[in-house]
Design a protein around this ligand. Structure first.
Ligand code: TXA
Ligand code: MG
Length: 345
């Protein structure tokens, strides 16, 4: 009787097909199979292993202070393309490049006065700057989606910084979640979404900020995405109000899609009286199994937001009702994410 057995090359997209009488086996092309996803410790051995994987063109998820990023060598076209495949992103949208410090960022982009002031005030930290790309930067065109600008940031996390030091090169990284789903703030969230699709996740515990970075362009200072640094702090630093640009860089840029950051259940906003069957995601002094911040602190709420949406998914909540959340501080970024979570799908 004919039979087939998978050989060791399965991970590379090939399998040995062995049909009884036609031995020896021949390699046949197969759709890419499951990848073994390692969980690496955030110590020297783990970080060196992660850096070796990046150098080999593999994908490694790692913690930053905002959310876990899905990292690839930003100069390697095939590795960057693999990010889109692993996330199931609908199209090639520009990615943020992570660097260890301001001096390294200046190897890839051209800083102006505003960018220098913002970097001095907020780096390392949850601020991404979109600046003119240096033509000789060597960054894959898939990272910039062919734009003349590049988004750069310096993460404020010892494990993220440890990986950048061990790799010693620019790391392109979107949030480490399947496209359209809630961003990950723990290694378990990453594993739940991407196990079998990425080479490794470095487990550095929870992310302190819990929301993606604020994204700005600088001439003139323009908010492209609300995030972990409040707009008020940026305006105060520059002594000017920011323009806001809601124009997506491409029609389906993640983070700018109407429906994004969505849990599995439906989401209804500004709810004071939940209906029967709804699970309340509370804010402030309300009775709720999940409360983003009983004391009404928007920074605490940001840190809890994605973890609680993941927890609601895990317990099978079908209809999520969310308390009103003020727009002050990180409330603006929280409400931005929640509006996308509540948008028609
Ligand atoms: O906190 C964060 O920013 C996380 C962590 C991992 O660093 N990263 C993250 O990446 O949120 P991602 O890919 O989910 O979001 C990147 C956003 C997208 O909305 C993209 O459109 C925008 O940055 N972006 C990237 N390059 C750009 C460019 N050259 N011009 C305008 N927008 C850009
Ligand atoms: Mg994202």
């Amino acid at each position: 009787m004919a039979y087939a057995r998978l050989g060791k090359m399965a991970g590379r997209g090939y399998a040995f097909e062995i049909f009884g009488p036609r031995y020896p086996p021949r390699a046949v092309h197969q759709p890419k199979r499951h990848v073994m996803t390692l969980r690496l410790a955030p110590d020297t051995a783990g970080l060196n292993h992660a850096a070796d994987l990046l150098r080999a063109g593999k994908l490694v998820a790692f913690p930053t202070e905002t959310v876990y990023g899905l990292g690839a060598d930003a100069c390697n076209d095939a590795a960057v393309a693999a990010i889109y495949a692993a996330k199931g992103r609908p199209s090639f949208n520009p990615l943020i490049v992570h660097v260890p410090d301001l001096a390294t960022a200046k190897c890839y982009v051209v800083f102006d006065d505003v960018a220098d002031r913002l970097a001095a005030a907020f780096w390392p930290g949850a601020l991404t700057l979109v600046l003119p790309l240096r033509p000789d930067a060597g960054i894959s065109k898939l990272v910039t989606a062919g734009l003349p600008t590049l988004a750069v940031r310096v993460p404020d996390h010892p494990v993220g910084q440890g990986l950048l030091a061990a790799f010693d090169g620019p790391v392109a990284a979107p949030s480490a979640n399947p496209s359209g789903r809630v961003s990950p703030t723990t290694a378990d969230h990453v594993a739940a979404g991407l196990t079998g699709k990425i080479a490794a996740v470095v487990d550095g515990g929870g992310c302190g900020v819990g929301l993606e970075s604020t994204i700005l362009s600088t001439t003139p200072p323009t908010l492209l995405r609300a995030g972990g640094i409040p707009v008020e702090a940026i305006s105060a630093c520059l002594g000017t109000t920011l323009l806001t640009d809601q124009t997506p860089v491409s029609p389906s840029a993640p983070g700018q899609l109407a429906s994004h950051y969505a849990p599995i259940g439906t989401v209804r906003l500004n709810v004071s009286d939940p209906r029967p069957g709804e699970t309340l995601l509370g804010f402030g002094p309300v009775e709720a199994a999940f409360n983003l911040s009983p004391s009404g602190d928007t920074t605490e709420a940001a840190a809890n937001l994605f973890a609680m949406l993941h927890a609601l998914d895990a317990q099978g909540a079908k209809q999520i009702a969310v308390s009103p959340i003020p727009d002050r501080g990180l409330g603006a970024a929280i409400n931005d994410r929640l509006r996308r979570a509540a948008a028609p799908r």
